[in-house]
Ligand binder design. Structure first.
Ligand code: NAD
Ligand code: DAU
Length: 339
């Protein structure tokens, strides 16, 4: 099947993945009109979207996905919603869970309601592999039960449950992607890869929780955006798709690779107190999305190289973010390792 969508409401696109997705769509589908809705939280940044500002067929609206009046008015103008808007950082969810419940659960419900009311062709929810929780053995398939273990992943799972309920109860034409750990340009410097890269640029310690052995599947953000685009346009309504590479890498391996690319000493690595409730392994079975013709194109080695170069060349983007509230959060979050 193939779907033609002329007008998209992209929520949360002033953040990392959403802004990369808008860039992908503008490049590959220049005729598609895009309205971005974003609350501009600490993680939202208009600098991520500056190149589109004066372009025809692009509009930015500053607002909250929990604002049902605003969402309803914007939904009336489009064929489909793609939702990236969320509170996204696990460590912050341990400090303020309610912000996550508001946006990731209630906000998702507000979007579902508007998509249903305006009989949209499709509603795509960008979800996460974290809904499966810690995976001790094997690989998660899309039919596995949810076992979220942090306020972040529980809120994402809650939002997904609401969306599935709208599909079952009201016929909402739902699509869901469950992506693994993204990295690449424009990632706010609180997530693992940009913390490591920006700290290494400044020769600050690279903090790894416990012993750096927790395993993730790191997918380059452009590969993830291409996958979302394929699902949006090619997948039958009701589809749920894992998106990852199938490759397992731990934090220590990522830190060592970053330092090697930058020619910096491994002595910069510092083990710190563990994240409470840390999920030590995520692993995805990606066979379902490969049946749609998608596969990852960027290896971790290549993607880390590109990411390091991007942060080295774009200090004016990230340096202003590492100030004030950022360092307050940083001091609260990182504690010495007590053995
Ligand atoms: P991000 O934190 O960089 O950006 C989130 C964006 O949402 C920001 O622009 C923020 O201002 C906006 N936002 C937050 N609350 C809002 C609200 N109430 N109304 C409107 N806008 C709001 O996040 P990201 O890393 O780009 O993640 C985007 C989506 O992808 C999220 O739904 C996340 O759960 C999911 N995801 C992320 C990853 C990852 O590795 N980063 C992996 C899989 C899935
Ligand atoms: O798996 C998808 C998820 O990936 C997304 O849904 C989330 O929005 C995104 O934040 C990310 O969650 P993680 O918790 O996996 O990502 P984070 O970058 O915070 O951490 C990755 C791993 O690295 C994890 O095992 C914790 C560890 N870590 C993280 C940070 C920030 C460290 O060891 N040191 C750090 O400083």
């Amino acid at each position: 099947m193939s779907r033609t969508l002329q007008r998209l409401l992209v929520a949360g696109a002033a953040g990392f993945i959403g802004s990369n997705f808008v860039r992908h769509v503008r490049r590959t589908r220049p005729g598609v009109e895009i309205v971005v809705l974003d609350k501009l939280t600490y993680a939202g940044n208009l600098a991520n979207l500056i190149e589109f500002e004066s372009q025809k067929g692009y509009r930015f609206v500053h607002g909250d996905i929990c604002d049902s009046g605003l969402v309803d008015a914007l939904a009336a103008e489009v064929d489909a919603i793609v939702n990236f808007a969320a509170e996204t950082h696990v460590d912050r969810s341990l400090m303020d869970p309610f912000a996550f419940i508001d946006t990731d659960v209630r906000g998702t419900a507000v979007l579902c309601e508007a998509a249903r009311k305006h009989r949209h062709e499709v509603f795509l929810l960008v979800s996460t592999d974290e809904v499966y929780g810690h995976v001790a053995e094997g690989r998660s398939v899309e039919t596995d039960a949810f076992r979220p273990r942090s306020p972040y992943s529980a809120s994402k799972a809650g939002g997904e449950h609401i969306a599935h309920a709208y599909a079952e109860s009201f016929g909402l034409p739902l699509l869901v992607t469950r992506g693994s750990n993204n990295y690449g340009p424009y990632q706010y410097p609180e997530k693992l890869v940009p913390v490591l890269v920006t700290n290494a640029i400044d020769e600050m310690p690279l903090p790894l929780y416990k012993d750096g052995s927790a395993v993730r599947d790191f997918v380059y953000v452009e590969d993830h955006c291409r996958a979302i685009d394929v699902v949006l346009h090619e997948a039958p309504a009701g589809g749920v798709y894992n998106v990852g590479t199938g490759v397992e890498t731990n934090g220590l391996q990522v830190a060592e690779a970053v330092l090697d690319i930058m020619g910096k000493p491994r002595s910069l690595i510092e083990f710190v107190a563990d994240r409470p409730g840390h999920d030590y392994r995520y692993a995805l079975d990606i066979s379902r999305i490969t049946e749609l013709g998608w596969e990852p194109q960027v290896t971790l080695a290549e993607g880390l190289e590109r990411t390091v170069r991007w942060y080295q060349s774009n200090e004016d983007w990230w340096r202003p973010l590492k100030s004030g509230e950022y360092w307050e959060y940083y001091r609260r979050n990182y504690r010495p390792l007590v053995s």
